[in-house]
Design a protein around this ligand. Structure first.
Ligand code: AMP
Length: 424
């Protein structure tokens, strides 16, 4: 055994998690296809400056957690592994002139992301998100469409009691007055706040609402709620979404602590949570309207909204509830052989079975036939096909412990197929 281990926070996924992960990813693409969201595959790395601009240089994601790549070569541009997908989506929207398409442009991706975070349960340094964006519509229709798409995806995976925790973060018209109110609320306890929270109080008081520090959490409970201080336009937008989600049949919970710390976020912000789970750590995903981001990245002012659902968290939730899908535990058919010379023919037969839609592997050993049969039983195979010395095949049903006569290849492969598919 070598002394190498996978790096901290970077996991191997073994069965049954590997299959569950792949299944959740396949379902994500299928959900996007069915809703008319165009697939997009983004590169794993972008210019660091894109994330610095889009996510914000002072955010944890950029200031502490970015996996920066060493610049090399002549065109030495500083690159970083992507910590989120939205920045790349908006960059692609601008780069490929999607502004000239009918709006909103509906895009979906499944992205492996990297954050140099402190690893713990449900928090890894490499993880996967299902990311959906609708760019170019100011809502509330696109808000409803996007929120409902994520909720339906989670519900269809079996997480039927998923809740949407919903807030509005207002806009440039109403947010400043609310931020001032919030600042005044927390100023009275400033000396008791942690150093990080004191700097938030000065620079970005909204972030105090999602602080994890006990003093801030306690004081946040009595803080003014932004939804009580929205301008008329934001209030009617928020009301339309609350009402629309009720019509669609999505469970909504008012969540005044869901805030996005950056200026380009506007109005709708939400998280997907299971009952009893805490926000942030326990969230399956989150989303928000970001009407200021396209402009921030060099485009003309364009409204947009999107969500990111963490596939790793989804799989964890399915596992905790005993809802992991069945994974293939072994081939249905093992192709054995009397003579060592038949190994190539066994492999050819296994290939033929797979082409006919039957999972199969060849026994590639020179063991006695009895040992090969034992191996097939251990693998949980339904049947064994034995390659006879004359090239004919014999089908042995392991469940019934019965064996047919040697017969021609085509007939035996057809019989094996009927047996495995339950029609024989
Ligand atoms: P965020 O992009 O931080 O808003 O996160 C959106 C979702 O991605 C979260 O609700 C999680 O499901 C997932 N997520 C974020 N960070 C991690 C991480 N380090 N490990 C696993 N999943 C994560």
């Amino acid at each position: 055994m070598s002394g190498f281990q996978s790096p901290r926070g970077l996991r191997d996924l073994l069965e049954p998690l590997a299959s569950a992960h792949g299944w959740a990813v396949d379902r994500a693409w299928a959900a996007a296809d069915a809703a008319g969201y165009a697939r997009i595959e983004l590169p794993f790395a972008e210019e660091s400056a894109l994330f610095e601009r889009a996510v914000g240089g002072t955010s944890d994601i950029v200031s502490k957690e970015l996996f920066r790549l060493e610049p090399r070569g002549d065109d030495a541009v500083a690159l970083a592994l992507r910590p989120e997908a939205t920045a790349g989506m908006v960059r692609a929207y601008l780069q490929h002139g999607m502004r000239s398409q009918p709006q909103p442009v509906r895009l979906a991706t499944v992205a492996h992301l990297f954050r140099y975070d402190r690893p713990q349960k449900g928090r890894y340094r490499q993880f996967t998100q299902f990311d959906v964006e609708a760019i170019g519509d100011s809502g509330p229709g696109s808000d409803l469409e996007v929120i409902a798409l994520g909720a339906a995806y989670l519900r269809d995976l079996g997480l039927t009691d998923v809740e949407v925790h919903l807030n509005s973060v207002g806009c440039a018209t109403c947010r400043p007055a609310f931020v001032a109110l919030l600042q005044a609320h927390f100023a009275s306890i400033a000396p008791q706040l942690s150093e990080v929270d004191r700097s938030r109080l000065a620079a970005n008081p909204l972030r105090l609402l999602d602080s994890k520090e006990p003093v801030a959490v306690a004081h946040a409970a009595t803080a003014p709620r932004i939804t009580d201080h929205l301008c008329a336009a934001c209030a009617s937008h928020h009301a339309a979404i609350t009402k629309g989600l009720a019509t669609i049949g999505v469970t909504v919970v008012a969540a005044p602590s869901i805030v996005r710390g950056l200026d380009y976020y506007t109005r709708t912000a939400w998280e997907y949570l299971l009952p009893g789970e805490q926000g942030q750590q326990g969230a399956l995903g989150g989303g928000g309207r970001y009407d200021g981001l396209v402009e921030l990245l060099g485009g003309t002012a364009t409204p947009a909204i999107g969500f990111a659902i963490g596939i790793d968290r989804v799989v964890l939730a399915l596992e905790e509830r005993g809802l992991l899908p069945e994974h293939a535990k072994g081939p249905a058919i093992v192709v054995a052989g009397i003579e060592p010379e038949s190994i190539a023919l066994r492999i050819a037969t296994a290939l033929e079975l797979r082409a006919a839609g039957v999972s199969a592997r060849a026994d590639i050993s020179s063991r006695k036939i009895g040992k090969q049969l034992e191996g097939a039983v251990r693998d949980g195979a339904r049947a064994v096909i034995i390659v006879e010395p004359d090239g004919r095949l014999t089908l042995r049903d392991l469940t019934e412990a019965s064996q047919g006569e040697p017969a021609e290849r085509g007939a035996v492969i057809a019989a094996a197929r009927r047996l495995v598919q339950g029609k024989g």
